[in-house]
Design a protein around this ligand. Structure first.
Ligand code: PCA
Length: 328
C-alpha cells in the first residue's frame, strides 16, 4: 500500500503526465536547429510545437533549441542518430555526404519557381526517406528558402568581377559553386553573416533575400541580383524511436501538424520572397537583373555543376531529374 505522501507524489506525477495517464507518459522533444528562433523557418517550427502541445493536451512538448545551441547544422544527422536531440532541422544541401539526392537542391537553374520546387520535393522525398529510415530517422516535412540571389559589395557585370572575391558559403555544395565562380570561399553559418558583412569580411554571397534582411546586410552589400539560382529546403527530422514512444493518437497529430506546417511554411516562404526583396530595396540596395553575359556564364557553370552532381550522386540522380522533368 502507498502511504499518503507517496500517493500524493504518485498522483502529481500522473497529472503532470497529462491525458496520457494510463497510457504513455508525456513526452518532451528537443528540436535542434542551426537557425534563429524568429527566422522564417523558426517561427513555423514554433507554431508547429505550439499546435502539437495543444492538440495533444500536453502529451508532447517540443522545445526549439535554435542557433546550433544543441547541435550545429554540420552535426545534425550524427547528433540525432546519437540521441542528442529527438528532432532536428537541417538544410538539405548540407547533408549530401550522407544523402546524395538531397544535393539536387543546389543544382543551379533547374528549379525556377515554387511550383517547380514542389515538384522536385515530391519526387525527391521517397528517395531520401529510405536512407534516413535506415538511420532511424523519419522525415516530417521540408520547407524551402526563398530563391537564391547574388549579393555583392560592388556591381558585378561579368563573371570575371567575381574572381578572387570573398564569397560566403555554407556547406560543400556552395563551396564548390564559389570555386566554379573563381571566388574565395569563406564558410560561415547564417547567424554570423550580419557581423561578417559589418566587419567587411565578405564581398559577395549567394543566398535568399530573406537571409539578407535577417542579417541586415545593406550596410556593406549594396547590390542584389535576383538570379533565382536554386530553392534549398530545410528538412525536419525526428528519431523513429522518439516517434514510436508516442501513443497512436499523438503520432497521428504529429503527422497532421507536420503536414499543416509544411503547407504553411511554403506559403510563408513564397510571401517572404517578395517582401524581403522589397525590404532590401527600401533599405537602399540596388536590385537589378544580371547582364546577359553574366547570365550566360552562370548558366554554363550551372550545367557544369549539374553534370558533376549527377556523376557524384549516381544513377538515382538521373532518375530523379528524369521524373522531375517529365512528370507532374
Ligand atoms: N539562407 C540560408 C540557407 C539558404 C538561405 O537562403 C543561409 O544563407 O545559410
Amino acid at each position: 500500500m502507498l502511504d499518503r505522501r507517496q500517493s500524493c507524489a504518485w498522483l502529481a506525477g500522473a497529472l503532470a503526465a497529462g491525458p496520457a495517464w494510463g497510457g504513455n507518459p508525456a513526452q518532451a522533444w528537443r528540436l535542434a536547429t542551426g537557425y534563429r528562433a524568429d527566422s522564417l523557418h523558426g517561427l513555423n517550427l514554433q507554431q508547429f510545437a505550439a499546435e502539437l502541445a495543444q492538440a495533444s493536451q500536453g502529451a508532447l512538448r517540443i522545445t526549439l533549441r535554435p542557433e546550433g545551441s544543441l547541435l550545429p547544422l554540420g552535426r545534425m544527422l550524427a547528433g540525432l542518430a546519437a540521441g542528442e536531440a529527438e528532432a532536428g532541422e537541417a538544410i538539405m544541401t548540407g547533408l549530401v555526404k550522407e544523402l546524395p539526392l538531397a544535393g539536387a537542391d543546389s543544382v543551379p537553374f533547374i528549379v525556377r519557381s515554387y511550383a517547380d520546387a514542389r515538384r522536385l520535393w515530391r519526387h525527391q522525398r521517397p528517395l531520401i526517406e529510405a536512407p534516413l529510415a535506415a538511420r532511424g530517422l523519419r522525415v516530417l516535412m521540408a520547407v524551402p528558402w526563398p530563391p537564391q540571389g547574388l549579393f555583392s559589395r560592388k556591381p558585378i557585370q561579368g563573371i570575371e568581377d567575381l574572381r578572387g572575391l570573398a564569397m560566403r558559403t555554407y556547406n560543400s555544395t556552395t563551396e564548390r559553386i564559389a570555386q566554379l565562380l573563381g571566388a574565395r570561399a569563406v564558410d560561415l553559418p547564417m547567424i554570423q553573416v550580419g557581423q561578417a558583412v559589418a566587419e567587411g569580411r565578405l564581398d559577395t554571397m549567394i543566398t535568399s533575400a530573406v537571409t539578407g534582411v535577417e542579417n541586415k546586410v545593406w550596410g556593406g552589400l549594396k547590390h542584389f541580383y535576383p538570379v533565382n539560382a536554386w530553392f534549398p529546403k530545410n528538412l525536419l527530422l525526428v528519431r523513429e524511436q522518439a516517434f514510436a514512444r508516442l501513443d497512436d493518437s499523438t503520432r497521428a497529430q504529429v503527422l497532421q501538424a507536420a503536414s499543416a506546417a509544411e503547407a504553411r511554411g511554403w506559403a510563408a516562404s513564397e510571401r517572404a520572397a517578395q517582401a524581403s526583396v522589397d525590404t532590401l530595396r527600401a533599405k537602399g540596395m540596388q536590385i537589378e537583373p544580371v547582364s546577359t553575359e553574366l547570365a550566360q556564364a552562370l548558366r554554363r557553370l550551372g550545367e557544369k555543376f549539374s553534370l558533376e552532381w549527377v556523376r557524384s550522386a549516381g544513377p538515382d540522380a538521373n532518375q530523379l531529374f528524369i521524373a522531375y522533368f517529365t512528370q507532374t
